[in-house]
Design a protein around this ligand. Structure first.
Ligand code: CTP
Length: 403
């Protein structure tokens, strides 16, 4: 239900395959506390049904300008006045051309002429259509008139081509529309590792561990909610990565290391929550190993220490590691904090089936000159508390804390 105090967003849906991503955008706008009304072009309604957007926005969806029944409710001028912001995602080449020409030949273009609200477009089209001089000229003209743009991005396209023209991700559109947010990590870039790694012995066997990835995933969601732009590099996890977080899958320690390295640029905070295998088999058999001997030995070699590598870089982000200990939790964790040169370490007691692979956890968090105990609680609550503490420490919060 609309309360009248939330930001009112009019979302226009043009006729492009990227319209499916706008379903997620509606959800995220509503999660961010916006009231959303959706207007679709006829072509847009051919890609995703109005009923889908009606269910997601909780409001009737309009397509036609001359719809007597709809006009007797909130007419198009009232709708244009209602909006605090207009966002069109996807904005097709045709829609951009009609907006640039000032046409009012359907409800969406009419609303764009009739509104005084700022307009944001998320262009989405085939690469050649995007690069066409006509589209580029319309793009420039709309920008000159004060229309803001988000994207398009480069990459693989639904039409099979690769290049510029892909619609910006919902998270990026949200960011462009609402700004970086007001949380304690607003405007910060965060990279988190999560889950186990699997080090292959042969095509069907691997060395792994019991990590579910829950803590890392909860931290990614908490960092996102704190306003950060989050990338989650994860092993084979048993929970879904959170929406609004860029997820990068990696299965071995080495591939996780490579994924971290290639996503480290501009990162302000690195949290290593993954249970990375410390050793991998020296060789991986091409064929499935047969049990023809009574005994078998697998020779193991060390994997790269991702956390230590990131901590050794200069410049480097704020670096938070995890420690899993069964004895002398505090002593071992503080030694690890110093040895790896971390800004903070969160120590888990993993004795007797605690912490790993479960939904609850307790943490002893240490940093140079301070520590804090977090009693046992659900991992998502724990993650929020830890992110808050990290944000305080990153912004030069109290240097000693021993509660
Ligand atoms: N870690 C990592 N890469 C590795 C191994 C560990 O990034 N190859 C990170 C984990 O994500 C976690 C921390 O390092 O944040 C845990 O280190 P751990 O393996 O417990 O500590 P070690 O220093 O290797 O000590 P030990 O295994 O002897 O307890």
């Amino acid at each position: 239900m609309e309360t009248g105090t939330e930001l009112k967003v009019l979302l226009g849906i043009g006729g492009g395959i990227a319209a499916y991503k706008s379903c997620e955008l509606v959800r995220r706008l509503r999660e961010a506390g916006c009231a959303v009304r959706v207007v679709m072009t006829r072509a847009g309604a051919a890609f995703v049904t109005p009923l889908t957007f009606q269910a997601l926005s909780g409001q009737p969806v309009r397509v036609d300008l001359l719809d007597a029944e709809a006009e007797s409710g909130m007419d198009h001028i009232a709708l244009a006045r209602w909006a605090d912001r207009v966002v069109i995602a996807p904005a097709t080449a045709d829609l951009m051309a009609r907006l640039a020409a000032g046409l009012a030949d359907d409800l969406l273009t009419t609303l764009c002429l009739a509104t005084e609200a700022p307009i944001l477009l998320a262009p989405a089209m085939n690469r050649v259509m995007w690069e066409h001089p006509a589209t580029q000229a319309n793009h420039r003209l709309l920008q000159q008139r004060g229309v803001r743009m988000v994207g398009p991005e480069s990459g693989g396209q639904a039409c099979g081509e690769t290049g510029a023209g892909r619609m910006a991700e919902p998270q990026a559109i949200l960011h462009a529309l609402l700004g970086p947010g007001s949380g304690p990590l607003a405007g910060r870039r965060v990279l988190i590792t999560a889950g186990p790694t699997q080090e292959p012995i042969d095509p069907v066997r691997f060395i792994g561990n019991r990590s579910s990835g829950r803590m890392g995933v909860a931290l990614a969601a908490a960092a996102r909610d704190a306003g950060a732009e989050v990338c989650l590099v994860h092993g084979p996890i048993s929970v879904a990565p959170p929406v609004g977080v860029r997820a990068v899958a990696a299965d071995t320690a080495e591939s996780m290391h490579a994924a971290v390295r290639s996503n480290l640029d501009g990162v302000d905070l690195f949290v290593a929550a993954a249970a990375v295998a410390d050793y991998r088999p020296r060789t991986t058999a091409d064929q499935k190993l047969k049990k023809d001997a009574a005994e078998m030995a697998v020779e193991l070699v060390r994997t790269p220490d991702i956390l230590a590598d990131v901590a050794a870089r200069r410049p480097r982000p704020f670096v938070v590691g995890f420690a899993a200990e069964t004895t002398d939790l505090r002593g071992h964790a503080r030694a690890k904090l110093e040895r790896k040169g971390l800004d903070m370490i969160a120590a888990n007691d993993v004795s007797a089936g605690k912490a790993i692979g479960t939904a609850r956890n307790a943490l002893t968090v240490l940093w140079p000159g301070g520590e804090r105990l977090f009693p046992e609680q659900p991992k998502d609550e724990l993650a929020r508390a830890l992110i808050e503490l990290i944000a305080t420490r990153m912004s030069g919060g109290p240097t000693t804390d021993t509660n």
